[in-house]
Design a protein around this ligand. Structure first.
Ligand code: ZN
Length: 186
């Protein structure tokens, strides 16, 4: 059995604060459908990706199933607002795929790319910004401190962008993902 479409619904990791967004894959036979499905979701940004990754939605695309990976909520927050938005998006996704009857809404999501930064040290993470905050190349994004408040490492922006998601609990571990920023395309 093979699915025609698939939607991967995430809510960030337990320790991440995030701006709602989604990923879809460009450059494949079913990418036009994947983009159409992406634009059925009422999130803040869409991130077109290229090439193979370890993600489930990515493997589905390479197996011929059009799919998107959506992120909404974060920090394990569960409330009626987020659940309602997810349900609304699922219905609209199914209409777009022709599975549910009715006219589908189309959203003109701004497209982004971006990058991720890993923790430069193990310690206490003190982010300088909140999600959605914009920054310029070289701006301070936060500090890793020791347990006495001494700075171990300062993290600066490698390019202009905005905070898409970041660790919001205290601890970061050297080499583990700490934040992902977005850069508007076009
Ligand atoms: Zn996720």
């Amino acid at each position: 059995m093979k699915a025609d479409v698939q939607k991967d619904i995430h809510s960030g990791d337990n320790h991440e604060d995030l701006v709602s967004h989604l990923y879809y894959l460009e450059g494949l036979e079913n990418s036009d459908l994947a983009k159409k499905l992406a634009m059925s979701c009422n999130v803040e940004y869409a991130w077109p990706c290229h090439g193979k990754s370890g993600a489930y939605y990515n493997a589905a695309m390479y197996s011929g199933t059009a799919t998107v990976l959506m992120e909404r909520s974060g920090m394990s927050v569960w409330n009626d607002e987020f659940v309602g938005q997810d349900k609304e998006d699922i219905r609209n996704f199914l209409k777009t795929a022709g599975i549910l009857e009715g006219e589908a809404k189309v959203y003109d999501l701004p497209l982004i790319t971006g990058g991720s930064l890993k923790a430069p040290a193990t310690g206490v993470w003190r982010p300088a910004l909140e999600i959605r905050d914009q920054f310029r190349k070289g701006d301070k994004l936060g500090e890793v401190q020791d347990y006495f408040g001494e700075t171990i490492a300062t993290v600066t922006a490698p390019e202009d962008g905005f905070m898409l998601y970041q660790v919001k609990h205290l601890q970061v571990i050297k080499g583990h993902e700490m934040l992902t920023y977005g850069v508007l395309l076009g």
